[in-house]
Design a protein around this ligand. Structure first.
Ligand code: MF3
Ligand code: CO
Ligand code: CO
Length: 299
């Protein structure tokens, strides 16, 4: 008998392996002669989209890395206080990561000089830790990616420092809900486009805007893998979701306009209009019925 390792049977309601985005039963299942054999979804996603579907052992590795990322975020949450330099957050993340046998993925990634991204107020993402001091009323996004035994997990949260104002509360709530609403779309049969569609509909409905220049991404065996996961777009567009996909959803939401510019350091992205921006990110696995967060925290 043929060795059937990695050969998954396609269910009636699964996305059709031909890549049409339709359900199998509505597509090739009923075609005359059933023109293809039970398909190895894993090699099909590798060839067609360059997406590496994860095996159980990979998922376990990413889950462990994800646990460490969440613990790191919790430690930062405990320690963050007004008067602190963003570089102190870098030290906390760097030391905690090494202490647990992991590597901070940002350090030296494409020339990035630090171990974590710390993005305050009007900074959208990729803020480089340094001498900037966090003050009472600030919002601070801390984005942690750790490599543990070769596996990557990526997550971020936006914290209040001291007592938040009305605008800070609003943008953090909308960013948090955006991630939750995006994740609700993560299930087999939906597409990558459904995630962005749901987020955009919600966030714009709240009078906020969705950043276009940065997207979620496949993750796990590398820092940034295919597919790209935009936080805006049209329902039904893009790659059909199948079990074994691991990617981030990480909407960046601005209180004002969506436009941004990059500072001279070539990393820090800030809102063009100076409005507040917030973000939450998780790494998730597509399962048979929905998703599992590999960086689980309450959203
Ligand atoms: N963690 C970021 C993301 O969510 C990427 C940071 S790249 C760095 O994709 F080099 F700035 F660290
Ligand atoms: Co991240
Ligand atoms: Co990410």
């Amino acid at each position: 008998m043929l060795h059937q390792r990695n050969v998954k049977k396609v269910g009636r309601n699964d996305p059709c392996p031909c890549g049409s985005g339709m359900k199998y039963k509505k597509c090739c299942m009923n075609k005359e002669g059933n023109h293809f054999r039970p398909v190895d979804v894993k090699s099909q996603y590798a060839q067609k989209y360059r997406i590496r579907l994860k095996e159980e052992k990979d998922v376990e590795g990413i889950r462990k890395a994800g646990r460490l990322v969440v613990d790191t975020l919790d430690l930062v949450e405990e320690r963050i206080r007004p008067g602190m330099k963003t570089d102190e957050i870098n030290t906390i993340v760097h030391e905690y990561t090494l202490k647990h046998g992991a590597i901070p993925a940002p350090l030296n990634y494409r020339g990035y000089p630090k171990s974590v991204c710390v993005s305050l107020n009007e900074v959208i993402c990729h803020g480089i830790p340094g001498d900037r001091v966090v003050e009472d009323g600030d919002i601070v996004n801390v984005d942690v990616t750790s490599i543990l035994n070769g596996y990557y997990a990526d997550a971020s949260k936006t914290y209040f420092v001291g007592k938040p104002g009305v605008e800070a509360k609003k943008i953090v709530e909308v960013a948090r809900n955006s991630l939750r609403i995006g994740l609700r779309q993560v299930k087999p049969g939906n597409t990558v486009g459904d995630i962005g569609w749901a987020i955009q509909l919600y966030a714009e409905g709240e009078g906020c805007s969705v950043v276009r220049e940065f997207v979620g991404h496949g993750v796990g065996l590398d820092f940034h893998e295919p597919p790209q996961v935009p936080h805006y777009g049209r329902k039904g567009e893009g790659v059909p979701l199948v079990p074994g996909m691991v990617f981030t959803v990480e909407p960046m939401i601005n209180l004002g306009k969506k436009d941004l510019y990059i500072l001279d350091d070539e990393w820090t992205a800030v809102t063009e209009d100076g409005s507040l921006s917030a973000q939450f990110e998780q790494t998730v696995l597509v399962t048979q019925t929905g998703f599992e967060s590999l960086t689980p925290f309450e959203i």
